[in-house]
Ligand binder design. Structure first.
Ligand code: PGA
Length: 250
């Protein structure tokens, strides 16, 4: 049985003061959650979030990192820096980073290997564009993204990461994938992992769905056999909505 994970992705929202208010209103609602819960916050919120989440059982995550351990990379953060401020997970290769910040399958792979080597839990994002789905390319795209991101890993490392399937056309659009579409494509990703690392690894890896998941549609998505949780954008910014999704997964 894979334990479900609900991870909030705040994106570029919330100052430290706003982060404090949101965490303080969410934490009481998250008590007794029977799934894993994470909040992936902007870098400037990591310190305050770490303080507030300490001892709560909610994991703290970042939204990006560099693959190098240190050096002349203006504006970047290393895995060691994220760990030092209390993060235990990190979103890698989100489609917004691929789209606006030129991240490639190869850089996502480098980051994944660096995060695992440092002891962070990577949440590796894959997903097709609308044109790719309409053109029947979905399986091909997620297969390529998964293969390159996980290239060179051991089975043990693969079990210690999370994949998030986020169809780009469903992110922030209110256009959620149907339960069946999400389940089917996550099944494809799992079969790629099976091909690369064998059946027991594929059965152990958690694969989340992300893209307009909310309090109303979460239960249906989370009831699908392949879907091991959610990466939640918009709905993670409201304590009640986020808590309702966590409840649906518990
Ligand atoms: P959304 O974002 O829930 O707002 O669609 C999900 C994500 O991008 O991780």
């Amino acid at each position: 049985m894979r334990k479900k994970l609900i991870a909030g992705n705040w994106k570029m929202n919330n100052t430290p003061a706003e982060a404090k208010a949101l965490i303080n209103s969410a934490l009481p609602l998250l008590k007794g959650a029977a799934c894993d819960v994470a909040m992936c916050v902007p870098a400037v919120d990591l310190a305050i979030a770490s303080e507030l989440l300490s001892g709560s059982g909610v994991m703290l995550g970042a939204q990006n990192m560099h693959w190098a351990s240190a050096g002349a990379y203006t504006g970047e953060l290393s895995a060691a820096m994220l760990l030092a401020v209390g993060a235990s997970c990190v979103i890698l290769g989100h489609s917004e980073r691929r789209q606006y910040f030129a991240e490639t399958d190869e850089t996502v792979g480098k980051k994944t290997r660096a995060a695992l080597a440092a002891g962070l839990l990577p949440v590796v994002c894959v997903g097709e564009l609308k044109e790719e789905r309409l053109g029947g390319q979905t399986d091909k795209v997620v297969t390529r993204q998964t293969r390159v991101a996980l290239d060179g890993l051991t089975s043990e490392q693969t079990i210690s990461l999370v994949v998030a399937y986020e169809p780009v056309w469903a992110i922030g659009t209110g256009l959620v994938a149907t339960d069946e579409q999400a389940n089917e494509t996550i099944g494809v990703i799992r079969s790629v992992i099976k091909d690369m690392f064998g059946e027991s690894t594929a059965n152990a890896v958690r694969i989340l769905y992300g893209g307009s998941m909310n309090a109303a549609n979460a239960a249906g998505l989370l009831a699908q056999p392949e879907i091991d949780g959610g990466l939640i954008g918009g709905a993670s910014l409201k304590a009640n909505d986020f808590a309702a999704i966590v409840k649906a997964a518990s």
